[in-house]
Design a protein around this ligand. Structure first.
Ligand SMILES: [Mg+2]
Length: 230
């Protein structure tokens, strides 16, 4: 019987993408808006792709209305370029991820999903390249909103539609590498498992009091034990 809904972040948690990601965003913004804004230096970790477009164009003189008017074109340009230009060699699967997903997928009490600031199309391409996309039948993405804290309820609703089970509270587990992942787990009183394989250290993550904290996901049994905690 299904017991836990486990929602994985992508970047810094399951895998890392080379600097090509930043260059593709810069190219897309330049094409659509005529400027790349602060995309060369902006901190993307834990942020939503939807919000990033607005944030990096802030200060360019473009009004919010002007940004909004071309937002879909910019999103499509980014996704098209990302799918065309990003290769398997640009993706580094993080240690233990494949083993952990394999194990989780074999358990009938666990439902796997995504909770990520990626747009779905580019996020799924990142997962396809190293062959882990099939583990995730659904998720909540940057297409679903501008705030990460809006995503847990989207994911829970989709899980309900697929399984007929309404996951609540501590049966919702969010696995991520930033403070934003930890914070968004609190929205539905869920549990957070933080992993220090992104841009945040164990000490930095600990300050935000995740339910559990791991240096990486290599100790499959320990991570699963944490996921299954009541
Ligand atoms: Mg991340």
């Amino acid at each position: 019987m299904l017991k836990k809904l486990v929602l994985f972040d992508i970047d810094g948690t399951l895998l890392k993408v080379s600097s090509i990601n930043r260059r593709i965003l810069m190219d897309a913004l330049l094409e659509i808006y005529g400027t790349e804004g602060s995309a060369a230096t902006h901190d993307f970790s834990g942020r939503m792709d939807s919000t990033i477009i607005y944030d990096v164009l802030d200060g360019t003189g473009l009004t919010r209305h002007a940004i909004e008017g071309k937002f879909d074109a910019a999103k499509q340009s980014y996704i098209r370029r990302f799918r065309k230009e990003t290769k398997t060699s640009d993706i580094t699967l993080l240690v233990g991820v494949r083993e952990l997903l394999n194990d989780l997928a074999s358990r009938s009490n666990i439902l796997l999903g995504l909770l990520t600031g990626n747009f779905e199309a580019s996020g799924r391409h990142k997962l396809q390249l190293p062959g882990i996309e099939h583990y995730f039948s659904f998720g909540a993405f940057a297409d679903d909103g501008f705030h990460r804290n809006d995503l847990p309820s989207v994911a829970v609703e989709r899980a309900y539609r697929i399984t007929g089970k309404r996951f609540i509270g501590q049966d919702i587990v969010i696995v991520g590498d930033t403070v934003h992942d930890i914070t968004c787990a609190r929205v539905l009183d869920g549990r957070s498992i933080a992993v220090a394989t992104g841009n945040f250290s164990m000490d930095e993550l600990q300050k935000h009091k995740p339910s559990d904290l791991f240096e990486n996901l290599s100790r499959t049994e320990n991570v699963i034990h944490s996921i299954l905690k009541p």
